[in-house]
Structure formats: structure tokens, C-alpha cells
Design a protein around this ligand. Structure first.
Ligand code: ASP
Ligand code: MG
Length: 322
């Protein structure tokens, strides 16, 4: 079993989603695959901005809401077979209606609580995963599963802590009886012990994929993004930077904690514990090898990369009293 995770830019529009389907199709020819998807590019930012606008009594939240609905409707009309379009659109409309009601609620109450924000910001993955599962069904033996039925967390709504014992059991039970070659699941969202939608933090879809990889003892976790791996330095600043072919879990963890944005830092831990190799790949250049993150690699480069964090002030306090 392999876990493939596709980020927001990989699923940003119909053309990119078709590339994703090709990658999934090739991968699922050999292995069963779980496909974890982010929200369509920019959707999560728009949802959060819409909720904040509504809570500030700014009626222009509706402009953002309309952009989100138009974007998803466009993908449905581009990629779902004609005879199924109205069925898929109807299900998606139910989600749009719920989202609109929640935003109206924020507007009327002039507030957005962390609980409401988690629910609103999670709509991006609920929409993208459902739509992509329907696109996958056009040509593949695919099914859909809501991650909120599998990943259980604490009651902290934003960046919730995963309850691993329960989560692992749910994942194993579900996949044991799942005959489909491809299962599409939303990243980022989970469910609290008392049944409410929570999120795993911004960028958390990578972590979702790692949770599944570890629970199912997958033989590989693939993180598909818009660059060809983890770079030796930020390529927008350092022109000579290049993708690192192989890196250890420890080194990757350090680079990601200290500014390398290609992978969400908590992602590495679950994979490391089970020694599942992580491969970072480029959806737009799928033949590039990308970066392999694994244990004890025999690389000769002592220094693997340099990451940096901007806007940091370092204070050194000195004195005899310390
Ligand atoms: N959609 C979420 C975000 O933008 C999670 C993710 O993409 O990883 O933060
Ligand atoms: Mg990301």
C-alpha cells in the first residue's frame, strides 16, 4: 500500500487535477493507494478570510464565498462525465449551502469562534476530496472516505492533537475491508472525541497522509507538490540551490522545523517511527526523482541544506544575576 498526498497547487484547477489522476492511475496499477488531497489552491485562505470578514460585519465575505463556489463548479463541469454532473453538483451544493449558512451565522453574530473556524476552514478539503474522488471514479476503481471518520483528535479545534490508538484502529479496520484500489480522503480535517470537526493546523494535509502511512504500515509515503523535492536552500533566494536526492529523517525534520516549507514539520515523526520512506515529488515534473527521506542513507554530503526563518530577533541577555 502506498499513500499519495497532493497539495493545493497540485489540485488547483482542472488541468492539474488531470495530472494528479494520471499519477494516481500509474501508482494504482501496482499497489493499493490512499490519496490524500489538500483543498484546491487558495481555497483555505479564502475560507478563513471570508469567515473573518463575516465576523467583522463586512458583507464582502460573499465575494470570496462566490469565488469558492465558482471554482469548484468549474472543475465539476470540466472533469465529471456529463451523465453524473448533476448528481455531483447537487451534493456539492449541499456543502455550499452549509458553508453559506455558517458564514451568515458569523456575520449575524459578529464573531467566529475557533470551533466555527475549524468547520469553515475544513470545507476546502471536504469539497476537493469529494470532487476528486468522483473524477477518479471516471476511470479508476476508486472510493471516497471522510478522514473525520478515521482520524480522532483532542478537542482543540486548530492544530488538534491526534489520538493515535483510536485513529490507528479506525484506519486499520476501514482499510482491511476496503476492496477499492484507490481511496480518496481529505487532508487537514479530523474529528474531536466528541464528534466535532477539528483541523491539524495550516499545511496539515501532509500530516494526515503520514498518519495514514504509519497506521497502515504503508511501504511509501509520497508527498506530491510543485517543486522537485527538498532544496539545498530556498531556490527563490539562492540561485544555485538544487533538490537534495536523499536525506535522513533527522535532517529533514531539522530543515522543515527551521524554515524549509516543502513539508509540514510534524509529518516526519509518524513515518520515522515506522521507518516508512517519504518521497517528495513534483506533480508538474513527475519523472524527476525528487527527494527521498529515509533512515541511514549513505550520502557523502555532510551538509545537506540550509534553511532560514525570516523576521527573527535574537536577544542575548547577559548579567551577573543570571
Ligand atoms: N488546506 C490546508 C491549508 O491550506 C491544509 C493543507 O493544504 O495542507 O493549510
Ligand atoms: Mg502544504
Amino acid at each position: 500500500m502506498k499513500i499519495l498526498k497532493f497539495g493545493g497547487s497540485s489540485v488547483a484547477n482542472s488541468e492539474n487535477i488531470q495530472k494528479v489522476i494520471q499519477i494516481v492511475s500509474a501508482a494504482s496499477a501496482k499497489d493499493k493507494v490512499a490519496v490524500v488531497v489538500s483543498a484546491f489552491g487558495k481555497t483555505t485562505n479564502k475560507l478563513i478570510a471570508a469567515a473573518n470578514k463575516a465576523a467583522n460585519n463586512d458583507p464582502s465575505y460573499i465575494v470570496l464565498f462566490n469565488e469558492v463556489t465558482e471554482h469548484h463548479t468549474q472543475v465539476i463541469s470540466d472533469l465529471i462525465f456529463k451523465e453524473k454532473q448533476s448528481e455531483v453538483q447537487e451534493k456539492v451544493n449541499t456543502l455550499f449551502n452549509q458553508l453559506q449558512t455558517l458564514l451568515e451565522g458569523c456575520f449575524l453574530l459578529s464573531e467566529v469562534t475557533p470551533k466555527t473556524m475549524a468547520t469553515i476552514s475544513g470545507f476546502g478539503e471536504r469539497l476537493s476530496s469529494y470532487i476528486i474522488s468522483e473524477v477518479a471514479k471516471n476511470t479508476l476503481n476508486a472510493t471516497y472516505k471522510d478522514s473525520r471518520q478515521l482520524i480522532i483528535t483532542s478537542n482543540i479545534f486548530d492544530k488538534a492533537q491526534v489520538k493515535f490508538t483510536l485513529t490507528n484502529k479506525n484506519c486499520q479496520d476501514f482499510f482491511k475491508n476496503n476492496p477499492h484500489q484507490v481511496t480518496v480522503l481529505p487532508g487537514f480535517i479530523a474529528k474531536s472525541e466528541n464528534g466535532l470537526t477539528t483541523t491539524l493546523g495550516r499545511g496539515g494535509s501532509d500530516y494526515t497522509a503520514a498518519i495514514y502511512a504509519a497506521a497502515l504500515q504503508a511501504n511509501e509515503l509520497q508527498i506530491w507538490t510543485d517543486v522537485s523535492g527538498m532544496y539545498t536552500a530556498n531556490p527563490s533566494i539562492v540561485k544555485q540551490a538544487f533538490p537534495i536526492p536523499e536525506i535522513s529523517y533527522q535532517e529533514a525534520m531539522e530543515l522543515s522545523h527551521f524554515g524549509a516549507k516543502v513539508i509540514y514539520p510534524p509529518t516526519i515523526q509518524p513515518a520515522l517511527e515506522k521507518e516508512i520512506p517519504i518521497v517528495i515529488k513534483n506533480t508538474f515534473e513527475p519523472t524527476h526523482v525528487g527527494t527521498l527521506i529515509a533512515k541511514d542513507l549513505k550520502s557523502t554530503n555532510l551538509v545537506k541544506g540550509i534553511s532560514h526563518i525570516e523576521d527573527i530577533t535574537l536577544l542575548t541577555l547577559e548579567g551577573t544575576g543570571m
